[in-house]
Design a protein around this ligand. Sequence first.
Ligand SMILES: NC(=O)c1ccc[n+]([C@@H]2O[C@H](COP(=O)([O-])OP(=O)(O)OC[C@H]3O[C@@H](n4cnc5c(N)ncnc54)[C@H](OP(=O)(O)O)[C@@H]3O)[C@@H](O)[C@H]2O)c1
Length: 249
Amino acid sequence: MDRLTGRTAMVTGGSRGIGRGIALAFAREGADVAINYRRDREAALQTVAAIEALGRRAVALQADVADWEAVRAMTESAIGHFGHLDITVANSGVAARPQAIWDVDVEHWRRVIDVDLNGAFHTCKAVARHMVDRRRGTIILISSVGADICAAFGSPYYVAKAGVNALTRCLAKECAPAGVRVNCIAPGLVRTDMGERLLDFVGQGLINAIPLNRAGEPEDVAAAAVFLASDDASFVTGKILQVDGGQAS
Ligand SMILES: NC(=O)c1ccc[n+]([C@@H]2O[C@H](COP(=O)([O-])OP(=O)(O)OC[C@H]3O[C@@H](n4cnc5c(N)ncnc54)[C@H](OP(=O)(O)O)[C@@H]3O)[C@@H](O)[C@H]2O)c1
């Protein structure tokens, strides 16, 4: 298990859920990892301890990804801490309230777009020049199969995630001449705090719509992230990889 030995990574929203799963999988493969959180410092410190228990270096960095200055400063801290960043995962996200578009509060729409789309943009903007200048590095964004399914009553989230898919494809082309790869994972339902809330709201029908007949686990997404971050994916860029039990196929 040494596909990322000697590499350094930053995972936004790495304190809980899918981001934590990715951070731990990177550490198991030999990477040192900076994890970002917004408000749950206790969860972030637990993830740092779990990474250190695997024999890797880790640091927790607080920032709201919706705030460009905070993301810029956080990225500088991560680079200062490790000397450079080889891998960045733009994972932080929030769900939208289940509502028809005509009921969506304008401030709620803006907040979901700010975190889920602008947060991904801020993260990419903060780290891409560093990677392009080094002519080394890879970026992974996390969108959602919801961006393709576009179900009713989740528009701010699905619109933001469709933007993340487009951001991935644009950035991949801009970074490719420097050999920097950019890909995206689009998960289906995954058992995290966010996924459990969606499952409670929609019910068992959500599982029944998944051909593999189960929800994903953070480890399912993490395995795809390790692949995309590693040299095994050295000829893969600009791709949206659906990790969804077949839901969107
Ligand atoms: N779970 C699913 O079914 C599913 C499906 C498709 C896509 N996704 C996507 O996968 C990603 C991770 O989701 P998850 O299920 O792991 O969610 P989660 O369990 O709710 O965890 C969210 C993580 O993001 C952080 N975060 C939230 N808002 C933030 C902000 N403004 N700035 C910085 N960090 C912030 C949280 O930190 P704090 O705890 O400190 O706030 C936490 O670490 C998201 O982009 C989500 O949209 C999830």
